[in-house]
Design a protein around this ligand. Sequence first.
Ligand SMILES: *Cc1c(COP(=O)(O)O)cnc(C)c1O
Length: 443
Amino acid sequence: MNFYSLNNPSEKVSFKEATIKGQAPDRGLYFPEHIPVLSDDFIKNIDTNSREEVAFQVIQPYTDGSLPEDELYRIIAETINFDFPLVKVTDRISSLELFHGPTLAFKDVGARFMSRCLGYFVKDNDQPVTVLVATSGDTGGAVANGFHGVEGVNVVILYPSGKVSSVQELQLTTLGKNITALEVNGSFDDCQQMVKEAFADTALNQELFLTSANSINVARWLPQQFYYFFAWQQWEDKDHPPVISVPSGNFGNICAGLLAHRSGLPVQHFIAACNANAVVPAYLQTGEYTPRQAIATLSNAMDVGNPSNFVRVLEIFDREFHSLKKVLTSYSISDEQTKETLRDVYAKSHYLTDPHGAVGYRALNTYLTTQDTAQPGSPSIAPGQKGIFLETAHPVKFYDTVEPVIGEPIPLPAAVSAILGKEKQSKKIDAQYSQLKDFLLSR
Ligand SMILES: *Cc1c(COP(=O)(O)O)cnc(C)c1O
């Protein structure tokens, strides 16, 4: 399959090229030429397939022509070698736990898939590829872990010194091998600026084969469809599909769910659960899309003021505002409501969410309650619906927020206790592009 640039539909590339480039030269996001439709039979009998087979059926049309089937199968098996349980929290609300991967957040799926695709695409190159990435916390760990040990690929991660949580820092700095962490004496914006300068530096790009691993890459975006199908495998009441609530920042995750729905995945309705960064909730209310500066919140992986994947959401709906509104509702949840939800769900249902999951739970509950109490006879109202929220990270990643709210410590999962004893290895640099450049050229 080919992918076109959303800035220019005649600019088409293969899956391989889209993965290597990340973004079209005109800075447009890549989008699939057509959206495959899965057979009714596959959807109905999804329980009879293994997770690997399901993932293969979902993504093979997209990678066709770029990846041989046996390679794709291997990449899938390595990508999803952990659990995706659907856990009942109340009679009507279940949690799709996406935190059982190595860095305890859903980004593991996209990062593991992308790293292996890139490793395959560059394996015959003479020159290694350098993946350069700036992180405010979660992305860096997932990318570092995903690429760890992948032949022919070096990863350089820039993170702001003292501004990521201690668990996140250890996830970035204790891997070694082909992963280098640069601890920047500055902010996340400084890190991002330095990375941008590196990509724009013609002389540097003649010396090094540089690429990025950010979330707009199709090889990170498309595999995020997998776990929506895994949720459907585990969904008991196949006659009444779930409402699905997705904690959203850059809108890559929910965009993958909407794409899966377009391919035939049964979903009653989608909820984009946002924090105080309410650009999309406002858009769905008013039809006006107004990007803003991001506001800092407790669910900081969703502090995005101009969601980069929203153009893809619009494209899935052929830019028809009314068709989008039929499928998607969005709420903005405050930090106060996030804490209240975290505390209440833990007290009443003995289920601990992280701040992002709490936003997802709250938005889902708001929607279900609204549906129950709406005027009878209003169109598209159905009381008694059930739903799923995506639990996008393990609460321990945000223990500094979660522990004071529930008033007790969070038990450490094995993935965290394993890295706690390890020694941090980072190279400190100042927030000056020349220092990054010197480092890259010195290797
Ligand atoms: C990245 C992230 C999100 C937001 O996902 P998007 O695809 O950017 O919408 C939500 N929760 C957690 C824990 C994250 O790390």
